[in-house]
Design a protein around this ligand. Structure first.
Ligand SMILES: [Zn+2]
Length: 234
């Protein structure tokens, strides 16, 4: 067993599926070390069933203190062999939870490795980022320039307060009419929106609503209706 390739604390930025595959392959190399295509350990890792790997996820849209407490309780006894804790959606930690987590990373219990997964690096506590090795696979593709402009204008509309919003509906419809957004770009647009809205200081409640949109991807041909929905719900 060779643990040198896995840092004690690491942050993995990227889409959940891609990150999972990447980490499963890395853990297979670390825990098993064989190079066979068919391997029982490898299968367990890819199925998230390996006994040396612990998966932690938020019980709601974001982590709650109870989730963190339960996790701290689980790792309070020292295991006989290395345990890898995979913290899914670690970028959805309110500040109280993130600080509790930081305390853990400052004095990690022996034998434990912490892998924090998330899609957005800027949503991690900077003090957590500075304590971890960051692997950033980036977001799939990138908004092209036309979409950047669209996202900029859309962000500004969304940041206008509620009352003014009423008079901005026409502006929004105009924006939709002049930018034909392809369905395949919707995910990139939401990524970019979250980036911009964070930059402009949108509240955590608003950012959470944006995260929820990832589960509501539009049907083919429905990009306009989807963007209208985004406009109304944010
Ligand atoms: Zn193997």
């Amino acid at each position: 067993m060779n643990n040198t390739i896995m840092p004690r604390s690491s942050i993995w930025i990227g889409s959940a599926q891609r990150t999972h595959e990447h980490i499963a392959a890395l853990l297979h190399e670390t825990i098993c070390g064989c190079s066979q295509d068919v391997c029982a350990e490898k299968e367990l890792l890819f199925d998230k069933q390996h006994k040396q790997v612990m998966y932690i996820r938020p019980s709601a849209e974001t982590y709650r203190m109870a989730d963190i407490d339960a996790f701290l309780h689980r790792i309070s006894c020292v295991g006989a062999c290395a345990t890898y804790c995979i913290i899914e959606h670690a970028d959805r930690m309110p500040s109280l939870c993130a600080h509790a987590f930081l305390t853990l990373l400052e004095e990690p219990p022996q034998q434990y490795y912490f892998l924090l997964l998330g899609e957005h690096k800027h949503l991690f506590l900077p003090t957590i980022v500075s304590r971890a090795t960051v692997f950033d696979s980036g977001v799939d593709g990138c908004c092209d320039e036309n979409y950047q402009l669209f996202v900029d204008e859309f962000t500004q509309l969304l940041m206008i307060d509620r009352e003014k919003r009423i008079t901005s509906v026409e502006v929004f419809e105009q924006l939709l009419a002049t930018n034909k957004i392809d369905i395949s770009s919707i995910k990139n647009i939401i990524d970019a929106l979250i980036d911009r809205m964070t930059m402009y200081g949108a509240s955590p409640a608003v950012l959470n609503k944006l995260f929820l949109l990832y589960d509501k991807m539009p049907m083919p041909g429905g990009s306009e209706a989807f963007l209208r929905y985004v406009y109304l719900v944010i």
